[in-house]
Design a protein around this ligand. Structure first.
Ligand code: GLC
Length: 597
């Protein structure tokens, strides 16, 4: 939709709101009903692009905006109506763009503002809205706001970041540990004070208590709406509000530090900041917001999304952080059961059943590949990719596909820590050594959890560098690209990609998969994830075998009514050569089936 049409719709809606007193466009009450009650972003599929790794158009080894323009048809083939780009702004790239130097400029590595305008326009013509990543908890230490702020204690920007004097002994103001490891404070010689950073020291936290900061951030978001953005992903949002009390927290590591997440995430008052943002930026406009909100539990969701909430959706982490029950560090992760995963997903489905909306995801650029994350090491990646893809594309909410997930990408396992680019992988490796793990064990944890697993270049075809670049890719292409690439998989009806295309197209035809209520079935099973989607006219039962064995279930207990004509509509085995027809009551290893009329 172009800007003019959006403006007309906004005026229309404003009039409707005034006349009817109905709520705004972005946060209506989203209970189950007809699909016509739902907004475009609730009926579509979203897709996350990690810009560095999607498609390189100029041979420098980095993905770019013109590369994305050349691949819009791939997104179209998956029914994608919203594409989230990781940050494309001017940045020194200490954290691949999550350290913004200028929110109004495009990183030359990715192209120009003209390229961005062209991308927004061309995507729009294909019915795809571009979603910008707003990194508003912190900036880069090269941002001109910070360069000014660090100069003195009494200039216009002095109070734009979080500065504190040292303790009496000259040490950091408190013992908080940053999310990437090490102290959350860095000393600034020039200003003779410490500044706070929730993440790396090159990412100083903004001071949201200062109204000028909040206004500057609203201005940036409005600039991007004017440019034609269709939505925002709000980075690291739980950390924007700091507590009044900056005293030491409970020590939980060998260096005497306390986890900053436990000290600052979701501090009381955060919702006031965010509702101000909603009022000044998104309210009444045809854009959606999705907050990255680690630590917001399903029972708090109602304050964050829905008619009274501050966002349209939030990415909460309960289902992707099951292994972090005991500790946040990578080598101290624990095990989990299928019932834990099912409970986490079911809790979120319930919490957004009648108010709010859920962004369904298993992968993003911060997580390992889901096939490795949710299945044991020896699992057939094609079957596992289809099994998880089935859940992703049939739960209630907006599916967020992460690049490569639709091709069944798996983790990498490079020989040495020096092969890894991600700064957090390096910190976590060091933390593991300090926790007493051997180099081999620490590397094993990096293999399992490194963010680089999800950041290897897209695999388009069997040509050199998988068609990603004509140059040397910034991160090596995965060895498996000969089998796992978009071109080969497009021609293979039994591939993960073909399954994604089949299910996204089925989802767009079957209203029940968009608006139907969710109910978990077989909740006790440690083998099968089963649930139903149901509306007034229709019902679909989804069953996914999470094991490598044949399993059987009682159709009656799974709520399947054969007498009423319910049958298997799709099986993830259906295009596998020589596979027998699927049967109700049985599932083959990792099989996913959709049952309905
Ligand atoms: C978010 C991003 C992550 C980044 C961090 C700091 O969690 O998803 O990639 O490193 O914020 O901005």
């Amino acid at each position: 939709m172009n800007r003019r049409i959006k403006a007309i719709i906004s005026i229309f809606c404003l009039t409707a709101i005034i006349l009817t007193g109905c709520s705004n466009m972005t946060n209506n009450n989203l209970s189950e009903g007809s699909s016509d009650d739902l907004l475009w972003w609730q009926k579509t599929n979203a897709y996350e692009i990690y810009v560095n790794s999607f498609q390189d158009s100029d041979g420098d080894g980095y993905g770019d905006l013109n590369g994305i323009r050349s691949k819009l048809d791939h997104l179209k083939s998956l029914g994608v109506g919203a594409v989230w780009l990781t940050p494309v702004y001017e940045s020194p790239m200490m954290d691949n763009g999550y350290d913004v130097a200028d929110y109004y400029a495009i990183n030359p590595r990715y192209g120009t503002m003209e390229d961005m305008d062209a991308l927004i326009k061309e995507a729009d013509e294909k019915g795809i809205h571009v979603v910008m990543d707003l990194v508003f908890n912190h900036t880069s230490d090269q941002n001109e706001w910070f360069l000014a702020s660090k100069k003195s204690r009494d200039n216009e920007y002095s109070d734009w970041y979080i500065w504190r004097d040292p303790k009496e002994d000259g040490s950091e103001p408190n013992n908080w540990r940053s999310i990437f490891g090490g102290s959350a404070w860095t000393w600034c010689e020039e200003r003779q004070q410490y500044y706070l950073h929730t993440f790396a020291s090159a990412q100083p936290d903004l001071n949201w208590e200062n109204p000028d900061v909040r206004q500057a951030l609203c201005d940036i978001a409005n600039f991007w709406i004017e440019k034609g953005a269709g939505g925002f992903r709000m980075d690291a949002i739980p950390y924007i509000k700091k507590p009044a009390d900056f005293s030491d927290g409970p020590v939980d590591d060998s260096e005497g530090r306390a986890d900053i997440h436990k000290m600052t995430a979701n501090t009381d008052g955060i919702l006031d900041f965010l509702s101000e943002f909603k009022t000044k930026v998104t309210e009444g406009k045809d854009v959606f917001t999705v907050g990255e909100a680690n630590g917001v539990s399903p029972d708090q969701l109602k304050y964050w999304v829905g008619s009274e909430g501050v966002f349209d959706m939030i990415f909460e982490f309960s289902h992707v952080n099951l292994d972090f029950k005991e500790s946040e560090t990578w080598c101290k992760t624990g095990s989990w059961l299928l019932t834990d995963l099912k409970k986490a997903l079911t809790d979120s489905q319930k919490a957004t059943a009648s108010n709010g909306w859920y962004p369904i995801y298993f992968e993003n650029h911060d997580k390992p590949r889901s096939i490795d994350h949710f299945f044991p090491g020896n699992t057939d990646p094609v079957l596992a990719g289809k099994a998880l893809g089935t859940v992703l594309l049939t739960l209630r909410g907006t599916p967020f596909i992460y690049q490569g997930e639709e091709l069944g990408f798996t983790n990498v396992a490079w020989d040495s820590i020096d092969d890894y680019d991600d700064l957090n992988s390096h910190s976590q490796y060091e933390i593991a050594l300090s926790e007493g793990f051997s180099e081999e064990e620490a590397l094993d944890c990096v293999h399992r959890l490194s963010r680089d697993n999800a950041r290897t270049p897209m695999q388009w075809d069997i040509s050199d560098q998988a068609g990603f670049t004509t140059g040397t890719p910034w991160l090596p292409v995965h060895d498996d690209y000969i089998n796992e690439n978009a071109e080969t998989e497009s021609k293979d009806p039994s591939s993960v990609l073909s399954w994604y295309r089949k299910l996204t197209s089925f989802r767009s035809e079957k209203a029940v998969l968009i608006n139907g209520a969710y109910k978990e079935l077989l909740p006790e099973s440690e083998e099968i994830y089963a649930f139903e989607r149901k509306n007034e006219n229709d019902r679909i039962v989804i069953l996914v075998n999470f094991t490598g064995e044949d399993v059987s279930y009682d159709p009656e207990k799974a709520g399947i009514d054969k007498a009423a004509g319910e049958k298997i509509l799709h099986s993830s085995y259906e295009d596998i050569k020589d596979s027998a027809p699927a049967s109700i009551g049985n599932l083959r290893p990792y099989e996913a089936v959709l049952i309905g009329r």
